[in-house]
Design a protein around this ligand. Structure first.
Ligand SMILES: NC(=O)C1=CN([C@@H]2O[C@H](COP(=O)(O)OP(=O)(O)OC[C@H]3O[C@@H](n4cnc5c(N)ncnc54)[C@H](O)[C@@H]3O)[C@@H](O)[C@H]2O)C=CC1
Ligand SMILES: O=C(O)CCC(=O)C(=O)O
Length: 364
């Protein structure tokens, strides 16, 4: 069964890593390395079954191919999942063992943090491999990616506002924000500074209170966020929040937020939004600031250069809207097409023989 899936979606390699001493059980899925070494975070999660873990690794790895390609990075797509509870199963030995497996791939895969892992875990992995980014700032690295992800979401939102309202100013606009966590607290700060009005929700009262106190936000209950009247809805908490139940409730002109996999079913729910004339800013373009930032470490991290690239998410959004109009398709499909067209073009460029492949990893 597994080869059937790998063939259907064109996966290159799946590595199962097992280390009895440390309890490591991990899957590294490399989807596509046409553009360069495959980069994607390492997720740790208490999966209910091995099948669920494999499925998640494959789905997330493919998503990284699209995210990295659409972001203009010379990187392929991959992801690692570690089976276990990040609150109680982590150990130095486990991440060192994983680091050795990553090193054995000799640069085909570069890891980074993701849900359930931290900058500290990346530092531990670094003891065994060069192929890890998102280390502590003390290593001259980029540290926590969330502020850059927030900047990217803000830039994408401005471009989305231009599409929806003819002007990219967010001053006076009302933005409804689902989840006030690492990414969206900084996003709310940018929006507040520009003069936007905020309606927020979270499952933790302290997070809501912080946004109310710091940005004068209006708070609503979690289930109310879909039906509030606003200009733009920013999902910044969970996946699959754009679905049969929520889309009919929306009273907004556009959706633009940081969450991964916002559309429950990519084609069906992108089409539903289009039908309702709600502009959807594709999640993997919008939230690529984090990966753009960590990937910059591969050239020796430079914050100004990384910030410039994250600001360019505005221009990547330009291309998405252009392709959507050119091909009369949803913006979600247009973002995939943007990624596919770039991979295709680079494949042609690389058909020319070159004796010494330029190395992407120059920092060490
Ligand atoms: N941190 C990063 O650099 C990146 C994050 N993302 C995605 O952006 C989203 C947010 O990420 P972070 O801010 O890092 O996570 P976070 O965990 O710091 O923030 C999420 C917030 O959503 C709240 N929340 C959870 N369930 C909720 C619900 N049902 N209703 C309302 N609020 C709820 C949580 O209490 C939390 O405050 C995630 O989907 C993540 O995968 C994507 C790319 C990069
Ligand atoms: O942002 C990171 O730290 C890693 C990139 C990644 O895995 C993602 O964007 O989902």
């Amino acid at each position: 069964m597994i080869f059937e899936t790998l063939e259907r979606y064109d996966y290159e390699q799946v590595v199962f890593c097992q280390d009895k001493a440390s309890g490591l059980k991990a899957i590294i899925a490399i989807h596509d390395s046409t553009l360069g070494p495959a980069l994607g975070g390492c997720r740790m999660w208490p999966y209910n079954s091995e099948e669920e873990a494999i499925e998640d690794a494959l789905r997330l790895a493919r998503g990284m191919t699209y995210k990295n390609a659409a972001a203009g990075l010379n990187l392929g797509g991959a992801k690692t999942v570690v089976i276990g509870d990040p609150k109680k199963d982590k150990s130095e030995a486990m991440f060192r063992a994983l680091g050795r497996y990553i090193q054995s791939l000799n640069g085909r895969y570069i890891t980074a943090e993701d849900v359930g892992t931290s900058v500290t875990d990346m530092d531990t992995i670094y003891a065994e491999t060069d192929y890890v980014v998102g280390l502590s700032e003390s290593y001259g690295s980029s540290g926590n990616p969330s502020p850059m992800t927030a900047l990217g979401v803000y830039r994408a939102m401005k471009r989305t506002a231009k599409e929806a309202f003819g002007d990219d100013s967010l001053a006076g606009k009302t933005i409804s924000v689902q989840g006030v966590g690492n990414v969206s607290y900084t996003l709310c700060k940018y929006l507040h500074e520009e003069g936007a009005k905020l309606i927020v929700t979270d499952i933790f009262q302290e997070s809501i209170d912080r946004a109310v106190n710091d940005f004068g936000a209006t708070a609503v209950k979690p289930e109310e966020i879909y039906s509030v009247e606003a200009d733009i809805f920013a999902p910044c908490a969970l996946g699959a929040v754009l679905n049969d139940d929520t889309i009919p409730q929306l009273k907004v002109k556009a959706v633009c937020g940081s969450s991964n996999n916002q559309l429950k079913d990519m084609e069906i729910h992108a089409a539903m939004l289009k039908e309702r004339n709600i502009i959807y800013a594709p999640d993997f373009v919008v939230n690529s600031g984090g990966v753009i930032n960590v990937a910059d470490e591969l050239s020796g991290y430079n914050q100004d250069r990384a910030t410039k690239k994250v600001n360019e998410i505005y221009d990547q959004m330009d291309k998405v809207f252009e392709i959507a109009k050119r091909d009369n398709i949803s913006t979600a499909l247009a973002a995939e097409r943007l990624a596919e067209e770039r991979i295709d073009q680079m494949m042609r460029v690389r058909s020319t023989f070159s004796l010494n492949e330029h190395s992407l990893i120059s920092r060490r």
